[in-house]
Design a protein around this ligand. Structure first.
Ligand SMILES: Nc1ncnc2c1ncn2[C@@H]1O[C@H](COP(=O)(O)OP(=O)(O)OP(=O)(O)O)[C@@H](O)[C@H]1O
Length: 275
């Protein structure tokens, strides 16, 4: 396989795991600018390991990873990748305002040996990030006083403040109440509307139905499906129904049945739609 021109992320037969134990194996994946990729799959299938692995946060045990056309080993401009980890909220012991936390996202744009002086550009970007996640009115609030869903939005704003070319989010809507899930979905829709490239690990496909352009399913550590919404719908029927009923849905966070197909089923890695 040859490198894909203009790809933000490219994995070729990549394997990731922990201490020599592979969890994800033989993953081929290309993420291009403007795509919104949902990564689905059963619990423990390796979704987080895949995303963390491509960022170099766990062990790469084989294959190749390229970020912005460069081998990951020689890539250093990590400000271009905004990452929001799974189940992450801020510790209750953190004493900082929302703005201070979001400002941390600007640090990657400052030389570490110079004193950090917030420029007018920093202030504007922080303000814009807070606006995008709908927290402008909480800018000076102590983060400890925010709900879990609001804290998740602070972390998304922090990732946005580094002005990344792609946002990777691990279950951004998990574990927050329905009202906050809707707010988070709206935040992601706003980001998609302005062309932000996103890779979103999620169990709540229905909540993201309007913005996802591509779906990747991880099963037992392998990419079992990689295709458009239409291809996914044709395979499973699940996404069609979530799109069709999306607007009338009282509960937008209803979990669609994830394709937990047996090895010989329609999402058999050997038979999956591959690009
Ligand atoms: N730090 C770690 N050390 C060793 N094994 C790990 C580690 N993190 C995850 N694993 C293992 O890797 C496998 C895949 O886990 P992973 O978190 O990637 O799955 P997932 O698809 O993201 O699951 P979920 O939907 O529950 O978040 C699991 O068997 C898990 O126990």
């Amino acid at each position: 396989m040859t490198p894909t021109d203009g790809a933000i992320i490219e994995l070729r037969r990549a394997s990731f795991g922990y201490a020599d134990q592979p969890v994800v194996t033989g993953a081929n994946l290309t993420v291009r600018p403007g795509e919104v990729v949902a990564v689905l799959g059963p619990n423990g299938s390796g979704k987080s390991t895949l995303v963390r692995g491509l960022l170099g946060l766990n062990d790469q045990l084989g294959g190749e990873v390229e970020l912005f056309g460069q081998p990951r080993e020689s890539f250093s401009d990590f400000a271009r990748l905004g990452y929001v980890p799974q189940r992450h909220t801020l510790s209750a012991s953190v004493r900082a305002t929302v703005t201070e936390i979001v400002a941390v996202g600007r640090l990657s744009h400052h030389r570490w040996w110079r004193p950090v002086i917030r420029s007018a550009q920093d202030t504007a970007i922080i303000g814009r990030a807070l606006e995008l996640v709908g927290l402008t009115d909480r800018a000076h609030a102590d983060v400890a006083t925010l709900s879990g869903g609001q804290q998740r939005r602070v972390l998304i704003a922090r990732a946005l403040a580094s002005d990344p070319d792609v946002l990777l989010m691990d279950e951004p809507t998990a574990g927050v109440d329905a009202a906050n899930q809707q707010v988070l979905s709206a935040v992601l829709a706003r980001l998609a509307a302005q062309g932000t490239t996103m890779v979103i690990v999620t169990h709540e496909l229905a909540a993201l139905a309007d913005i996802v352009t591509r779906i990747v399913v991880v099963q037992s550590g392998r990419i079992a499906f990689d295709g458009s919404r239409e291809e996914f719908a044709a395979r499973t029927g699940e996404f069609t129904s979530s799109v069709d009923h999306h607007h009338e849905d009282e509960d937008r966070v209803t979990r669609p049945k994830l394709p937990g197909a047996p090895a010989s089923g329609p999402l058999d890695p050997r038979g999956g739609v591959r690009r």
